[in-house]
Write a protein that binds this ligand. Structure first.
Ligand code: ZN
Length: 471
């Protein structure tokens, strides 16, 4: 690729160029592969099972590949709610075999749309084996295509902020205003998604991270190759049981329309990764909401985030070459297994339910208790750190509370830090130990929340170690 580029360039300039062997060439490539499912599959993201009945907008696996002549990295974002380690792992093995990319140099994450096909059993939704096999291949294809699109490039990074679209969704409430938890306990002092403008609201139980980091690569002639942004906000919402990439897809479409060249080959790819947003959504609980049409708020948020990303993009200063690095660590963390007594009670609740669909929250969590009782006492999971110049990227396989993202940014060895959640697997919510004590939905034991209360603290300190190694 490089020699062809030189040949196409000005002959008079060749004398001024250093010898090829001394030159550090930085290259970037991007690609997106359609991963939209067929209708009739379960969608994940709700306690009841929703069956896909329409396609509002297509789902993609979007990949950015970087190569500095010494290291190659690939980051893939997949329009999905959560993807298990097995699916990502199989895709990585395919790429390793096909393109010789080391396994730990690939970061794969779900965007967290709640309107994508289920790929791992969660509440009452179950994965489809044929779709998972298709997804493995398409995730791998997105990397292979991005690697094939590698071309000499410049890279830049910066950050903006969108503080008005992130709200902590967990609230401390006035005593006596919180219903018992699904196991009959009355110790919760925090409520997730309380009624808006309720007189019982005291204060949010945690912070938000409004930062919008932006990483961009351009071809040497200034043609945009890719923009990777990151925002700590849960999904915004789609309509009923339609398939949609939510605001993540709309953000990408807006940037691609405004920065990309029509029919350009290779294409310009925009991607929005999900920051630490396990306890953050788009609802301003202090105010009564106004009724909105389908996708109205989703489009609005996408536009707000895209506008800010574009503002940052216009001010970026590009580097000709940067260091790249990757490190990951497998951790073995404890599972909050139910006791024999809790399993017995859960079985009684299930036996009394009409079924097969669990309807009450007690029934749903009784079923989760039974399913979790089959889990091993410890689970293995991956934390991963990437280095791109002065940027450190921390990847965790959970729905991570914003406090952890802020801590990683504050203690990071790098001047700029990006946190990507739901990466390289899925291991449920990741509240802090204090938030576990306060209780509420994200701490209720289920396949959506089962790691030991110290899990997040262990992951953050390991990630900070990996950052220090890469620096
Ligand atoms: Zn979610």
């Amino acid at each position: 690729m490089f020699s062809r580029y030189l040949l196409a360039g000005c002959v008079l300039c060749l004398a001024a160029l250093p010898a090829l062997s001394d030159e550090k060439v930085f290259r970037a490539g991007a690609a997106k592969c359609d991963v939209t499912p067929w209708l009739g599959l379960s969608l994940s993201g709700h306690m009841e099972d929703r069956i896909a009945n329409d396609v509002h907008d297509a789902l993609y696996a979007r990949c950015l590949a970087l190569d500095n002549g010494q290291e190659r990295l690939a980051i893939v974002l997949v329009d999905n709610c959560m993807i298990p380690r097995e699916v990502f792992g199989q895709a990585k093995l395919l790429v390793k075999k096909r393109d010789s990319l080391p396994l730990d140099h690939m970061l794969m994450a779900a965007t967290h749309t709640h309107s994508g096909p289920c790929t791992t059993g969660i509440f009452q939704s179950n994965p489809n084996a044929r779709y998972n096999a298709f997804l493995v291949r398409r995730i791998a294809d997105s990397i292979s295509c991005a690697l094939r699109n590698l071309e000499p490039a410049h890279i830049a990074w910066g950050a903006g902020s969108v503080p008005d679209q992130v709200f902590n969704r967990r609230w401390k409430m006035k005593p006596g205003s919180i219903a018992p938890d699904p196991f009959g306990g009355t110790t919760d002092v925090v409520k997730m998604n309380p009624p808006r403008a309720s007189a019982d609201l005291v204060e949010p139980a945690g912070p938000t991270d409004p930062e919008l980091p932006v990483l961009a690569v351009q071809a040497l002639d200034g043609r945009p190759i890719a923009v990777l942004a990151n925002y700590g906000l849960h999904y915004v919402g789609a309509n009923g049981a339609e398939i949609s990439a939510d605001y993540f897809g709309m953000f990408a479409a807006e940037l691609e329309a405004r920065l990309g060249l029509a029919d350009a080959r290779p294409p310009f790819v925009a991607m929005l990764s999900n920051g630490t947003s396990g306890d953050v959504n788009n609802i301003n609980f202090r105010e009564v909401g106004t009724p909105q049409g389908p996708y109205q708020q989703t489009r609005f948020v996408a536009h707000r985030v895209a506008e800010e990303a574009l503002r940052v993009y216009q001010e970026l200063e590009y580097h000709d070459w940067v260091e790249l690095g990757a490190a990951q660590q497998e951790l073995e963390l404890g599972v909050r297994l139910p006791t024999a007594e809790e399993v017995k009670r859960a079985k009684e609740t299930i036996a009394k339910a009409v079924g097969p669909v669990m309807k009450t929250i007690e029934e749903i969590y009784a079923r989760e208790t039974f399913l979790l009782s089959k889990y091993p006492p410890k689970k293995k999971l991956l934390v991963q750190a990437l280095r791109i110049g002065d940027v450190g990227i921390a990847a965790m396989p959970c729905e991570v509370f914003a406090e952890f993202g802020l801590e990683l940014k504050q203690k990071s060895a790098f001047p700029r830090t990006i946190t990507i959640e739901l990466a390289n697997g899925y291991n449920g919510y990741l509240p802090t130990a204090q938030q576990h004590e306060w209780g509420g939905y994200e701490t209720w034991r289920a396949r959506s929340s089962y790691l030991e209360p110290q899990a997040g603290h262990i992951m953050v300190s390991k990630l900070l170690e990996l950052f220090a190694q890469l620096k």
